[in-house]
Design a protein around this ligand. Structure first.
Ligand code: FEO
Ligand code: CA
Ligand code: CA
Ligand code: CA
Length: 601
């Protein structure tokens, strides 16, 4: 039996079959277009993309590489237009430059990479007849933020000695943002973005002799000699011996106001320093902002931050400035999950315990609030800068790579993508537990968290596993109880988003079932709860990111297409998006119904 067009409102489409086509494949009756590609000019004066004549100057005015998170924001007074914001997580030089010598990158190649990281804001124009979007170049709100743009550190650790460098003795001004993965749009109209695997840019951990410092670096994955991209040869700040604290200025949640082209984006120290996948906000009933964030590492933690102050409504300049400071004062928590079934019933296979569910209760353990630390042996500044170590000390629950998180706008429940963890239950590593129940978890799961009394600032919560991913024919999978012969296979959930109907959309990274990654929709309540349906599949080598579901269009980031072993510019293993003989380019794609109707109704 195969999944059918039948489904919850918003998910009434015939699912795309798993495949390995070098294409974005959408359901029948749906059209698509490439909204913007790596290298397309967005700023005034930027040249057209020329793969054979790239320069850092050109790239600084062009759409960056490896788009990940996406947001579409309204543009008042400009009918048919929206403001697209995209993250550019990382560069893949071997697919960017013909003849790239990984052992000896040139200064120009390194500076192109700095300019290709970061974020883009670019106005997009809707096609009146279809759901297609195209970029509006040279709009006054178009902006590039790169690995060298000015940022401000704010919140309780700003100015800390741990954040001071020779270039910034104040510990408050940073050049650039790195590895911006997922993110969120705040209720006050700004963008949050997570600095994720920042460790890969810093070299020299092997030369650090102080054991305490080496241990801290190791906890953040800094263990090697040279970095992969060799940036340390061109800027001392990427050398951990020459500039010990620069690395502490990455790993934050950044906030960016795309409506103000002159605004200086900030890094929020109050939300802690981890490999943030992203961050998403839910407001409490009294208007405080609660930011949820996962630390994407095997055996790392889920966090939330509860602001002290309330959001101000309205769009006045004063309200905007107030709201942009909300994430500077509050309390940072980490999650501990407790299962309600006997440990002996969690056998590592994914077989449900006798009570019929992987579920239980949990608590948010406070780590710090302003300059007060709740962690023994750590100052508040240390808690913010070495947040992972604070989580270790308080006994937070080691999770299977907490990625994107988002609250349902209908029910308030939080959904957490736990992408996979092939080390779970292996020698010397944490055993399966009810919240992470499978040994060698190749396919990941989705956890649903319900705050006590539906209060986002609660100290306690209930939880259950909503999906245990994989091949539905595998008895160790679970689709919220929906018949498993009527769902699409899904593996390695990564980013999550909600549509206007309250359905959860899940994009995947690293499909371990032998097919390409994709985007899936699933109802979280009602008679179709758990019916996972695949909406698109990705081209060769690509991960699906940034899903964004509007009433009449779906946007996806096609990240790292062609990133496969042995691929180079000269010998590409993908010809997406422009066909044979052209360069493979990460791009944003819009998918829409050819008859102009709403998605999935
Ligand atoms: Fe950049 Fe955790 O994905
Ligand atoms: Ca249970
Ligand atoms: Ca991701
Ligand atoms: Ca990922």
């Amino acid at each position: 039996p195969v999944p059918t067009a039948d489904g919850a409102r918003g998910l009434r489409f015939t699912p795309v079959a798993p495949n390995t086509a070098d294409a974005v494949t959408a359901p029948g009756g749906y059209g698509q277009n490439v909204v913007i590609r790596w290298g397309e000019p967005i700023l005034r004066g930027a040249p057209a993309f020329d793969p054979d004549n790239q320069s850092a100057e050109a790239q600084a005015g062009q759409f960056g590489y490896n788009n990940d998170f996406l947001a579409l924001l309204p543009l008042r007074g400009e009918p048919g237009r929206q403001l697209l914001v995209a993250n550019h997580e990382y560069t893949d030089e071997i697919l960017m430059h013909a003849g790239y010598d990984a052992a000896n990158p040139t200064r120009e190649q390194v500076e192109i990479a700095w300019a290709a990281h970061g974020m883009s804001a670019v106005v997009v124009q809707e096609d009146r007849r279809t759901g297609a979007l195209t970029a509006v170049t040279r709009h006054q709100l178009n902006r590039r933020i790169t690995a060298t743009s000015e940022f401000r550190l704010t919140g309780p650790a700003a100015g800390s000695d741990l954040l001071k460098t020779s270039a910034d003795p104040t510990g408050t001004r940073v050049r650039g943002t790195l590895n911006n993965c997922s993110g969120g749009t705040t209720p006050w109209g700004t963008i949050l973005s997570g600095e994720e695997n920042f460790n890969q840019y810093f070299a020299g951990a092997g030369r650090v002799t102080d054991p305490d410092r080496a241990a801290k670096l190791a906890r953040y994955g800094l263990t090697t000699g040279e970095s992969e991209r060799k940036w340390e040869r061109f800027d001392d700040r990427f050398d951990l011996v020459k500039e010990p604290n620069e690395v502490n200025r990455f790993g934050w949640v950044v906030e960016f106001d795309p409506y103000d082209p002159d605004s200086v984006p900030v890094k929020h120290t109050a939300l802690g320093r981890v490999k943030h996948e992203g961050a998403n906000i839910r407001l409490t009933d009294d208007g405080r902002a609660v930011a949820y964030s996962g630390d994407d590492e095997r055996f790392d933690y889920l966090y939330k931050f509860v602001s002290k102050n309330r959001m101000q409504k309205g769009d006045s300049a004063a309200a905007r400035e107030h709201n942009k400071r909300l994430l500077d004062e509050g309390t940072l928590y980490v999650a501990r999950f407790t299962g309600d079934s006997p440990a002996a019933e969690i056998d590592g296979t994914g077989t449900l315990p006798a009570d019929g569910g992987f579920d239980g209760s949990g608590e948010w353990i406070p780590l710090a609030s302003g300059d007060i630390s709740y962690v023994e042996g750590m100052t508040a500044e240390e808690v913010y800068v070495y947040t992972r170590i604070a989580g270790d000390k308080v006994g937070a629950t080691k999770m299977d790579r907490p990625e994107d998180v988002e609250c349902s706008p209908r029910t308030g429940k939080l959904y957490v993508a736990l992408t996979n963890n092939t080390q779970r239950g292996t020698a010397g590593k944490a055993a399966p537990d009810e919240a992470n129940p499978r040994t060698n978890n190749k396919h990941g799961h989705i956890l649903e968290l319900t705050e006590h009394r539906d209060d986002a600032s609660a100290k306690k919560f209930a939880w259950r596993l909503f999906l245990v991913c994989g091949d539905p024919a595998d008895p160790g999978t679970y689709f919220a109880g929906f018949p498993k012969d009527k769902v699409s296979p899904i593996s390695c959930p990564d980013n999550v988003a909600f549509d206007v109907h309250g359905n959860l959309w899940i994009s995947t990274d690293g499909n371990a079932l032998g097919h390409h990654d994709g985007l899936f929709g699933v109802a979280t309540t009602g008679r179709y709860e758990g019916q996972v349906k695949q909406f698109v599949t990705m081209p060769n080598g690509a991960e699906t990111c940034g899903p964004l579901v509007q009433e009449t269009r779906v946007l996806v980031s096609v990240q790292h297409p062609g990133e496969l072993d042995g691929a180079t510019v000269e010998h590409p293993l993908s010809a997406w998006p422009d066909g044979p003989g052209t360069m493979v380019r990460p791009s944003v794609v819009a998918v829409w119904r050819e008859d102009g109707g709403a998605i999935g109704v």
